[in-house]
Design a protein around this ligand. Structure first.
Ligand code: ADE
Length: 464
């Protein structure tokens, strides 16, 4: 992943991001941190980049031209649109789920302001995300950008040695970590809790969980409330697990943020793929949802009446019906076809193009998160994976290789990867696609009798 940081103080960034985990990640090429000195783009004789604000007021403002030209140099070299994050105390509060969402980008631009800020006209043209790291005012955006780069980079594959540690936190996103101890066993007369010395993994896990709960309740009652809300929702969704699997997994994997909940009625938002998950068995609950979904691009809805209402209220253009399939066993599946491996970057682009053209993948507009290919003598003959929301799919096999079980092997392979991550694998099958449903059943997935409806292609003029 590549970070471009537009700043007046490149050395501050370069030295702040050169040590420890981030320093090593830069050395091994997992991440690239490139600084662009905004002053290099000044057209003034003395390389001036600031001036007095119109209308008066204290301090100086950074001018539009050098900021714009610095940004343009990065944009033109990238040859594609890049998200541009402006660090400001007026922005959206930075949090772990935003870090996860941004970690999915290949390149990001950060813009650091100084003095009293930046001429608003250039911000209007280039900024896609206004982000704050907390309710306090720093002297500039550099420290804030470094905080974000650090939190995002540790989620990039290859940055942490122990990849599991980046994953596990997301399972407990509303709970603080339990206390930890290292040698010596007794220090200043204080012993390490006895349970941790016994080597009993189950008891250790129980102790850690209790400590996490107690610590969160005491130090972060706000988080604890959200934790309880999530637990209550999971309990309410559990009896209808097969039809609610997408919501349950969204919560369990630390993706879905609860926007509304009352019993089994819930509205979740998954920022990593801009997807709303909506379920209202009671009409009154459903009626509260449109107001919480302003600007929604895509929604997965569990009831037909709710889907119709949301379509009308928010102007979605397309409605597609699916059945949900989930694999509730814990045992990995046998993968018959052996040569399956992750797609290279180039193959991914090729696969995405194929999908768009083939019509085989009706959700082609939802980004994929992972894609694995099946190869015959190094030729890519099929692929499968999961979408940005974590649901299995994107299955494609070249015509001449169909009917040989390659699709089943690809899906089984993906199911096994998800089991390893501690997930309950699930996916969606277009209603009426009996071949796809049969494949799910053959692999041991349960196909839900109830449907879900995917709404997208909003009429953006209306849906604001
Ligand atoms: N620039 C100054 N203060 C900031 C803050 N709290 N967050 C992000 N950028 C900033």
């Amino acid at each position: 992943m590549k970070f471009h940081i537009l700043t007046l103080f490149p050395e501050m960034i370069q030295s702040g991001l050169s040590e420890s985990v981030i320093g090593r990640a830069r050395e091994n090429g997992s991440i690239v941190v490139e600084t662009v000195n905004i002053r290099d783009f000044s057209l003034e004789k003395h390389r001036k980049v600031d001036d007095y604000p119109y209308g008066g007021g204290a301090g100086l403002l950074m001018q539009a031209q050098p900021v714009y030209d610095a940004w343009k140099s990065v944009r033109e070299a990238a040859k594609k649109a890049l998200r541009t994050v402006y660090m400001t105390p007026q922005g959206k509060p930075f949090c772990q789920s935003m870090a996860g969402e941004l970690a999915k980008e290949e390149e990001l631009i950060f813009l650091c302001g100084h003095y009293e800020g930046i001429d608003d006209r250039v911000l209007e043209e280039i900024v896609t995300d206004y982000v704050s790291i907390g309710d306090y005012v720093l002297t500039g955006g550099e420290l804030a950008a470094m905080v974000m780069v650090d939190a995002i980079a540790r989620l990039v594959p290859g940055v942490l040695h122990n990849e599991a540690s980046a994953e596990t936190e997301s399972f407990h996103r509303y709970l603080l970590e339990y206390p930890q101890y290292s040698r010596p066993e007794i220090w200043h007369g204080k012993s390490v809790p006895e349970v941790l010395l016994r080597g009993d993994h189950k008891k250790t896990a129980e102790w850690r969980r209790e400590k996490s709960l107690a610590l969160t309740r005491e130090r972060r009652p706000d988080l604890y409330e959200r934790y309880l809300e999530q637990e209550a929702l999971i309990a309410a969704l559990t009896p209808g697990k097969r039809r609610n699997i997408h919501m349950m997994e969204s919560l369990a994997r630390g993706r879905g943020e609860i926007l509304f909940t009352q019993g089994e009625n819930a509205l979740l938002y998954d920022g990593s793929c801009d997807l709303y998950l909506c379920s209202a068995r009671e009409e009154a609950c459903g009626r509260k949802m449109p107001a919480l979904m302003n600007g929604a691009e895509r929604a997965l809805v569990s009831q037909k009446e709710l889907a119709d209402m949301l379509r009308e209220a928010l102007g979605f253009g397309r409605v597609r019906e699916y059945k949900q399939a989930c694999y509730t066993r814990k045992t990995p599946l046998r993968v018959r076809y052996k040569d399956i491996r992750p797609l290279s970057g180039e193959e991914r682009l090729h696969a995405e193009k194929l999908q768009e053209g083939s019509g085989d993948c009706p959700e082609a507009d939802m980004k994929t998160d992972a894609l694995y290919g099946a190869y015959e003598n190094d030729r890519l003959i099929g692929y499968g994976g999961w979408y940005a929301d974590g649901s299995l799919g994107c299955l494609f096999v070249e015509k001449e290789f169909r009917g040989k079980g390659i699709g089943a092997s690809l899906e089984a392979f993906c199911i096994n990867r998800q089991l390893e991550a501690g997930f309950v694998p699930y996916g969606r099958v277009p209603a009426g696609n009996t071949a796809a449903m049969k494949l799910q059943e053959r692999l041991g997935l349960y196909v839900s009798a109830e449907s879900v409806w995917l709404l997208d292609a909003p009429d953006t003029a209306r849906n604001k």
